[in-house]
Design a protein around this ligand. Structure first.
Ligand SMILES: Nc1nc2c(ncn2[C@@H]2O[C@H](COP(=O)(O)OP(=O)(O)OP(=O)(O)O)[C@@H](O)[C@H]2O)c(=O)[nH]1
Ligand SMILES: [Mg+2]
Length: 191
């Protein structure tokens, strides 16, 4: 189910796990890797692909699914008009601040770049609203192991000063399918 604006949000029900991060960081690709479904969430080389909050609920025999994975538009640079990007950002922030069934936000960070100033407003919001979040490094196939280790250590230092941040990170590559089981285990322990 897709929600382009707050009034289209589904009723609160299953626990929700949201995937947030800059445009093009790999949110939709990670949801596909997690679910083993190539085209479940639409991905693209062009930043600004995902344009609404998309709620993915597992097929289940019961009427009450246990969880929903929530793909979101990105923030920061996107190939879309500024007014539209501003509207997405408001939608994401309003949803994240006020959703009582939101169990965890995975904040995706590109392994090549680390946490940047554009991630600040999201992390500030989550810290201020005491919404539990965990950093997931993406595209780890694009960086050499020593540089990756350095970035992991730098990222943990930044997180130590952030009250709502989970004190460990998960490093992934949707392309090489690495770290996907770590992410599944993190979701499993939340459930
Ligand atoms: N090499 C590599 N490329 C990746 C990986 N994950 C995603 N990509 C590529 O990065 C681009 C963006 O991926 P998306 O999953 O669409 O990113 P997104 O964060 O959902 O982007 P928006 O919806 O635009 O905010 C695509 O070209 C993907 O193929 C990865 O682990 N490794
Ligand atoms: Mg996307």
């Amino acid at each position: 189910m897709g929600a382009p604006r707050m009034e289209f949000l589904p009723l609160e029900g299953p626990l929700e796990i949201a995937f947030a991060g800059r445009s093009n960081v790999g949110k939709s690709s990670l949801i596909n890797a997690l679910t083993n479904r190539k085209g479940l969430a639409r991905t693209s080389n062009t930043p600004g692909r995902t344009q609404e909050l998309n709620f993915f609920v597992p097929d289940d025999e019961t009427d009450q699914p246990l969880l929903a994975l929530v793909d979101m538009p990105g923030y920061g640079f996107a190939k879309a008009p500024k007014s539209q990007v501003d509207a997405w950002t408001r939608l994401i922030f309003t949803y994240l601040r006020g959703r009582s069934t939101l169990a965890r936000v995975f904040v995706l960070i590109d392994s090549r770049h680390g946490i940047k100033a554009t991630d600040g407003p999201l992390l500030d919001l989550l810290d201020e609203a005491a919404v539990s979040y965990q950093i997931v490094l993406t595209k780890s196939d694009k960086i050499k192991p020593p540089a990756l280790e350095k970035l992991e250590a730098q990222t943990l230092d930044i997180l130590a000063k952030r009250p709502a941040a989970f004190p460990s990170i998960i490093t992934t590559s949707s392309e090489k399918r690495s770290g996907i089981n770590d992410l599944r285990n993190a979701i499993g322990s939340l459930l």
